[in-house]
Design a binder for this molecule. Sequence first.
Ligand SMILES: Nc1ncnc2c1ncn2[C@@H]1O[C@H](COP(=O)(O)OP(=O)(O)OP(=O)(O)O)[C@@H](O)[C@H]1O
Ligand SMILES: [Mg+2]
Length: 465
Amino acid sequence: MDYKKIIELMISHLEEGVIVVDSNLSIVYFNEPSINITGFSPREAVGKNIFQVFPNINKDNSTFYKVINSKKPIINHVQNYINCKGKNVSIVTSTIPIIKGDKIEGAIEIFKDLTHVKELSEKILMLHSTLHGKGTGENKFLPNGSQYRLVDIIGNSTPIAELKKKVQKVANSDSPVFVFGETGTGKELIVQSLHNLSSRRNRPFIAQNCGALPENLLESILFGTVQGSFTGAKDKQGLFELADGGTLFLDELNSMNLELQSKLLRVIEDGVIRRVGSTKTKVVDVRIVAASNIEPRKLVEQKTLREDLYYRLNVIYFRIPPLRERKEDIPMLVEHFINTCNSKMNKSIKGVDKEVNEYFFNHDWPGNVRELQNIIESTMNFAEGKYITLEDLQLQTTSCVKDAKVKLTESSLPKGTSLKDAVDEYEKHLIKAALEESGQNCAKAARALKIPKQTLHGKLKRYEL
Ligand SMILES: Nc1ncnc2c1ncn2[C@@H]1O[C@H](COP(=O)(O)OP(=O)(O)OP(=O)(O)O)[C@@H](O)[C@H]1O
Ligand SMILES: [Mg+2]
């Protein structure tokens, strides 16, 4: 078998561009996808020096040049340049040295087109800057770019009431805040409410999900860039500058790499930022709020959150309890979501019936308030009566609920059965159905029923199943 041919065939079918240079930076290989990104054909490129083919690249910014000289790889590096067709392209590159013995023979660069992602993130920056101070009037957004206030947080259970009090208490402090809550618990609501209660409320609220962008791009989005810091870079404000006087919400902070975390720590400690590629610093006044859906201590243990940053951010800590710890909030939330959907869908549903209430109380809500909101919204698309019934609901829930319900209606309960016994009977059916479906595997059944394994064991014991 001709392995060289096979490898060439494989590389030519990759989505990524692949360019290989020798130690003199002359191109020896150039695959098909590189044509779309660079604008050159392999015929034009192969044999030429890298600086001839890409005139905007020089020794200071060429990843090939750096890798050949340092013999060290550069992974996931974001570069911008104008290709030979005059198109502004952004690419993320990984450049690896080819070393034989201790002699450098060349380097391989694998690159992906990032232009689309870059354009989107720039649009976000532009929207942030135009949104501030204007207010669109046609949607729910407040002029500072946020959407929620404390009154939008529904629920009066003790943990939520206490959390709301805490938010009010610390709103005017400038100390950083760390928010922990499982997915769908309302982190965004809490953080925006904090901003809107603070004296910063007339300044911007800017949120950035740290997991949404590649690392280098996140750095330039946060800190801004100066012209020429890398090819194609323009003088641009970053989110820190845009959020000056306001709040910067760094969501999914644990997705940020450790190096950038240390830069963030420095900004928090010194109160100054430096745009990527600049030597000048600029004072910024931004309150940092970070969030994660994993407990911060666990993140430190896993080494995805720097310990020093953790202590600096954790000056104020909000834990948003999952919905299963505050089921007393469910009726209020249900009423709220029904009212919202009624006006959106032009319906007049009054509430949910008792069976649905029981189901909601027994459910564990792994997706928290978002899950409840989604169930109500999708059910309301089909519900026809005044009250949402289990039948309306089962259209949206798992098949085992549906199966159990069918079996239950077939095996009619004796007349005069109390509600509690009927609910128990129904729960027994659900559990039996889930066990059957999972081949009597408790862990699987618990997952299907969305309850912890221990809860299922407890129920099996209670029902003597
Ligand atoms: N207490 C609440 N009252 C009213 N709506 C709520 C409440 N908590 C959450 N919601 C709604 O649930 C949805 C999810 O909330 P949010 O986006 O704040 O969750 P999150 O904790 O940021 O989740 P993720 O970790 O997945 O980003 C939103 O539509 C929000 O409006
Ligand atoms: Mg969120």
